[in-house]
Write a protein that binds this ligand. Structure first.
Ligand code: DGL
Length: 267
């Protein structure tokens, strides 16, 4: 395995950049290849069949480069298409659901966990299954939050935004009614809403699937002695539609502008 090969990351859109952001901060010498399937965003409202097809095409594109690992930086694709990807591609594949579930099971004290996610992720029951593999006694309350991805993609995420607060309050009330002490942000778009959510429910422990996925990859690359040994890094960004819009929007997810080009490809 070439330790200086790319870490391939994909999502339906810009949300997966919240995983890339952590990796770029923690492992500045890693070469990163990002693909956002913006032509098909959002995945969360699509059928299982469609999501699987999209995910296979996304990875087939990334696989035209030399990869040392692949991150499914999309809870929706991880929950629906993970098995398919493991079957179709022979490479180390990392997801978001398992690391986030592990962390949530670790931090909950009352064994009641809430999951905010897309409709497709909730329908798959992937979080419930993953958490129950760790501890069957944990109660898992899932809630589909279909309004959040469009909000964030439209740069509406700030905690003083009235619309953001109104929508989040409605979602959070349904989850907190179950007495949860831990909340999983089960979509890689949601870390942008962290401040707004924390402001509304300050007592909840909040687990970010993006952060936990990035931590799990770092741990694994270190353990398998696969960290890059070349100083500096190459970072490439590809999308399936409207490269310019993606480049303009990337700053809020990445915490900074994409300096290089964003290239549109057909997948
Ligand atoms: N960011 C993705 C996720 O983690 C998907 C959002 C969407 O395309 O619906 O679920």
């Amino acid at each position: 395995m070439n330790r200086n090969a790319y870490i391939g990351i994909f999502d339906s859109g810009a949300g997966g950049l919240t995983v890339a952001k952590h990796l770029m901060e923690w492992l500045p010498d890693e070469n990163i290849l990002f693909f956002g399937d913006t032509a098909h965003l959002p995945y969360g409202t699509k059928s299982e069949k469609q999501i699987k097809e999209f995910a296979v095409n996304d990875v087939a594109f990334l696989n035209t480069f030399e990869l040392k690992s692949l991150v499914i930086a999309c809870n929706t694709a991880d929950s629906v298409a993970r098995e398919t990807l493991l079957r179709e591609f022979d490479m180390p594949i990392y997801g978001v659901i398992d690391p986030a579930s592990k962390k949530a099971a670790e931090v909950t004290e009352n064994k009641k966990i809430g999951i905010m996610a897309t409709t497709a992720t909730v329908r798959s029951l992937a979080y419930r299954k993953a958490i129950h593999r760790i501890d069957k006694d944990i109660e898992v309350y899932q809630l589909a939050c279909p309004l959040l991805v469009p909000l964030v993609e439209n740069r509406r995420y700030r905690k003083d935004d009235t619309v953001v607060r109104l929508i989040l309050s409605e979602y959070l009330e349904q989850l907190t009614a179950n007495g949860i002490d831990t909340l999983v942000l089960g979509c890689t778009h949601y870390p942008l809403l962290y401040d707004a959510i924390h402001d509304l429910v300050p007592d909840l422990k909040i687990v970010s699937s993006s952060e936990e996925a990035a931590k799990a990859l770092v741990r694994s690359l270190k353990a398998s002695d696969l960290l890059s040994d070349e100083p500096g890094s190459i970072r490439r960004f590809y999308v399936s539609d409207d490269a310019e819009a993606f480049r303009k929007n990337a700053d809020i997810f990445l915490g900074k502008d994409i300096t290089g080009e964003v290239i549109q490809v057909a997948v």
